[in-house]
Design a protein around this ligand. Structure first.
Ligand code: NAD
Ligand code: UFG
Length: 349
């Protein structure tokens, strides 16, 4: 049997794609998720897509703040590493309900770290975010760029990064990878797993997707007066499968490099794409028109954000390979096969 990895939040968008890549790479994966923002169907479809490796996937519906439940999982399985995706991620909601975010993301992470330490599992990959760069003055963002939280969600990512540095300083047995994701989009090429947020989406691509299948009439463009090529915000969109592969690269680094401490890596493509460019690429991939409404700037939004990817390329031997066209092609494939996400049965089954 391959190495065994605990995946918190593994039913979610990035988690489900990563679990699939883990299984295909020969890892055994145990997913814990409270399904607050996800569906168990995602886990079932991952098992199907993994074919013969699907048997190496186990799912527990658990809230990571439930220490007893987590201990039960650790007491029956020895984990080689943990990938920690579980967390709430809606920026606007975090401004409205800061305590919910601190309680879930911070307390949840502390509970997980305590149980890991108690069971002698001290290898952690953590989902951090490019949000920690705030509104950067200098681009591209390198891992050394100044950090700044713009909202409680971002604050939780910064705090967890600090907690991780502290536990590594206190005990060098901890090996930690803080992966700062830029903007994950797209879906697995099968079209059977993809992003399906509960409630009204916050992010650009799920909104474009919902317009394309007729679930919403228009897309609001948040600001067309930025100092960018067409006035709209620029981001570093990365295919979710590339991002998933970045986690596999991080795991390999753990097992191959004894000098790992608490390390930070940007996971992006290094390319900036504007909102209008993204809309045009999606329209081309889908053949659907996305009606736009020009709206004001969204408070707290950075103008331009994209990554310097040199460190991950050099040290993790990982580089994103999918283009914007491929991201939109796969997003549309998922959307057209599953216009209501996991809400209705997959037509392929
Ligand atoms: P997601 O909401 O699809 O997945 C998160 C999963 O965690 C969900 O399945 C949810 O049910 C679960 N969860 C939340 N709180 C939990 C708890 N207390 N106990 C157990 N399970 C819990 O989000 P995602 O897009 O897959 O993001 C995964 C991680 O990556 C998050 O930590 C997020 O902050 C981070 N991130 C995401 C993005 C992005 O744009 N998607 C960008 C940067 C960082
Ligand atoms: N946008 C619109 N209309 C919308 C939604 C978004 O024009 O309806 C624009 C935004 O203004 C921005 C771009 O599309 O210019 C991307 O916005 P997203 O909300 O998709 O992504 P953000 O970069 O704002 O934030 C996302 C996640 C954060 C994460 C960050 C990491 O929401 O949690 O990426 O880079 F931290």
């Amino acid at each position: 049997m391959g190495r065994c990895v605990l995946v918190t939040g593994g039913a979610g968008y990035v988690g489900s794609h990563t679990v699939l890549q883990l299984l295909l790479e020969g890892f055994t994966a145990v997913v814990v998720d409270n399904l607050d923002n996800s569906s168990e169907f995602a886990v079932q479809r991952v098992a199907q897509l993994a074919g013969e490796f699907g048997k190496n996937l186990t799912f527990h519906r658990i809230d990571i703040r439930d220490i007893e439940a987590l201990e039960k999982v650790f007491s029956t399985t020895k984990f080689d590493a943990v990938i920690h995706f579980a967390g709430l991620k809606a920026v606007g909601e975090s401004v409205q309900k800061p305590l919910l975010y601190y309680k879930n993301n911070i307390i949840g992470t502390i509970a997980l770290l305590e149980v890991m330490a108690a069971y002698g599992c001290k290898k952690l990959v953590f989902s951090s975010s490019a949000t920690v760069y705030g509104w950067p003055k200098d681009l591209p963002c390198t891992e050394e760029s100044p950090l700044c939280a713009m909202n409680p969600y971002g604050q939780t990512k910064l705090m967890i990064e600090e907690i991780c540095h502290d536990i590594h300083r206190a005990d060098s047995d901890w090996k930690i990878m803080l992966l700062r994701y830029f903007n994950p989009v797209g879906a697995h090429s099968s079209g059977h797993i993809g992003e399906d947020p509960r409630g009204i989406p916050n992010n650009l691509m799920p909104l474009i997707q919902q317009v394309s299948v007729g679930r919403r009439p228009t897309l609001a463009v948040f600001g067309n007066d930025y100092s960018t090529k067409d006035g709209t915000g620029v981001r570093d969109y990365i295919h979710v499968v590339d991002l998933a592969d970045g986690h596999i690269a991080a795991l390999h680094k753990f097992f191959e490099d004894p000098n790992i401490g608490c390390e930070v890596y940007n996971l992006g493509t290094g390319n900036g794409t504007s909102v209008l460019e993204m809309v045009a690429a999606f329209e081309k991939a889908s053949g659907k028109k996305i009606p736009l409404v020009m709206a004001g700037r969204r408070p707290g939004d950075a103008e331009i954000l994209y990554a310097c990817t040199a460190k991950a390329e050099k040290e993790l031997n990982w580089k994103a390979k999918y283009s914007i066209e491929e991201m939109c092609r796969d997003q549309w494939n998922w959307a057209s096969k599953n216009p209501w996400g996991y809400g209705l049965p997959d037509p392929a089954n």
